[in-house]
Design a binder for this molecule. Structure first.
Ligand code: HEM
Length: 386
């Protein structure tokens, strides 16, 4: 026992001595290393920091010093651009605080207001449906049909529509999935779904653009504004009464608004999406600001850093897509549950004659020869619209 005791005491003393030696060596090491480290940092300090910098040219990172690191980093956060020898000149900006501002805006107010807009649209459509109900064919179905859209028109529409729906769902997942879907299906499944969604989003963008070009080419001449639109709009499109049906050609004023919003919104989404797909290759925002300044005499910045272009593209893409989703929700509503007989136009391409006379009387007058008798499959004698 005694032997063991003295042994352990000896061991304990030896341990204490070696610990003290180590500690001293450590302190000496730090004392010696500090000036060396300071000298090394001085050598690599960013060229942007001159003697009149907030720290007076002193080296940052001295926790025991008297100068303020925060002043130094505040200056760096201004986005000062230095020089790098690698090809990626974006790396020359050490800290770009706009990235943080961008992130806070995207995840904060933008996402919040966008969710209100989406929910608000759904609630408004629900209220409208509750008050107005389904818009009926006032004279009932006639049994006769008229060809409204040819196969190629329906193909273009459905290519645009189906790609838009997938783009909208996968895009909304990128914006809100982490707060919603992730808690429903779990982390692993969410990661998988989101990655697949991102691939779909990247590739279906091209189907969307193709659909957009198709409907533009096929329908633009029917969507030029004319005098009938004024009468239609003055009567509120007859939307509040089954009896009131202002005359309209192939597309009424409401549809023309949807058409132009789709084309302009679709082009804007496509361009900003392109900028996100192929980063740092375009200067769409600087170019657009330049044109806007020319036309309106405004003072938008026309020299933007590549990273600023990307940040604007990401914000604009999200804002435009939420706006377009709200518009298209209203369109889907009126083209399906909201109006009896409307879906047939894009389903089979054949609409009931009474529906056509009620909603597009001027168009029916132009196309009396296309009327078909559903029961006999014959073309009946031409009959003008009411
Ligand atoms: C997915 C559900 C959709 C349904 C059920 C639907 C239904 C319809 C119907 C029935 C028409 C013909 C209306 C008529 O005969 O007068 C139409 C037209 C049209 N659709 Fe869609 N659509 C859908 C999605 C979309 C999407 C996603 C877009 C664009 C991104 C779109 C753009 C258009 C345009 C521009 C027209 C012509 C203007 C108009 O009638 O308002 N549609 N749609």
């Amino acid at each position: 026992m005694g032997l063991t005791h003295s042994n352990s005491r000896r061991t304990g003393r030896a341990g204490a001595i070696s610990l003290s030696v180590l500690a001293m060596a450590f302190i000496v090491g730090i004392v010696l290393a500090m000036p060396m480290q300071a000298a090394a940092q001085e050598g690599t300090a960013a060229p942007a920091v001159s003697a009149d910098s907030p720290t007076g040219g002193a080296v940052p990172g001295q926790s025991m010093g008297t100068t303020s690191d925060s002043d130094y980093w505040r200056a760096v956060r201004g986005g000062v651009q230095g020089n790098v020898s690698i090809p990626d000149q974006n790396a020359a900006i050490l800290v770009q605080s706009e990235g943080e501002a961008w992130r806070s805006f995207r995840n904060g107010p933008m996402s919040l207001y966008a969710s209100w807009a989406l929910l608000g649209t759904i609630v408004l459509l629900g209220i409208f449906y509750a008050i107005r109900g389904r818009i009926k064919i006032a004279h009932g179905r006639s049994g006769q049909t008229i060809t409204r859209f040819k196969a190629i028109e329906r193909f273009g529409h459905w290519m645009l529509a189906s790609s838009f729906v997938v783009l909208a769902l996968t895009g909304l997942n990128l914006l809100y999935g982490r707060y919603t879907l992730k808690y429903v299906i779990g982390n692993e499944a969410f990661a998988f779904v989101t990655q697949m969604g991102k691939y779909l989003h990247n590739y279906l963008a091209f189907a969307f653009m193709a659909g957009l070009v198709m409907i533009f080419v096929m329908w633009v001449r029917h969507n030029l504004p004319d005098r009938t639109d004024i009468k239609w709009a003055m009567q509120g499109g007859g939307i509040f009464s089954d009896k009131l049906h202002p005359p309209a050609k192939k597309f009424n004023a409401g549809q023309k608004v949807i058409f132009w919003l789709t084309i302009l919104g679709g082009v804007s989404l496509s361009l900003s999406g392109w900028q996100l797909l192929f980063p740092f290759t375009t200067t769409f925002f600087a170019d657009t600001f330049d044109k806007i300044n020319l036309v309106f005499g405004t003072d938008f910045p026309t020299v933007l850093a590549p990273i600023q272009e990307q940040q604007l593209a990401a914000l604009w893409h999200a804002i435009m897509s939420v706006f377009m989703i709200c518009v298209i929700l209203a369109h889907i509503y009126i083209g399906s549950v909201g109006m009896e007989g409307a879906f047939d136009a894009m389903g089979s391409g054949e609409v009931d004659l009474n529906w056509a006379k009620e909603h597009h009387s001027l168009w029916v007058e132009e196309h009396v020869a296309d009327i078909h008798d559903k029961k006999t499959g014959q073309q009946p004698a031409a009959q003008p619209a009411e």
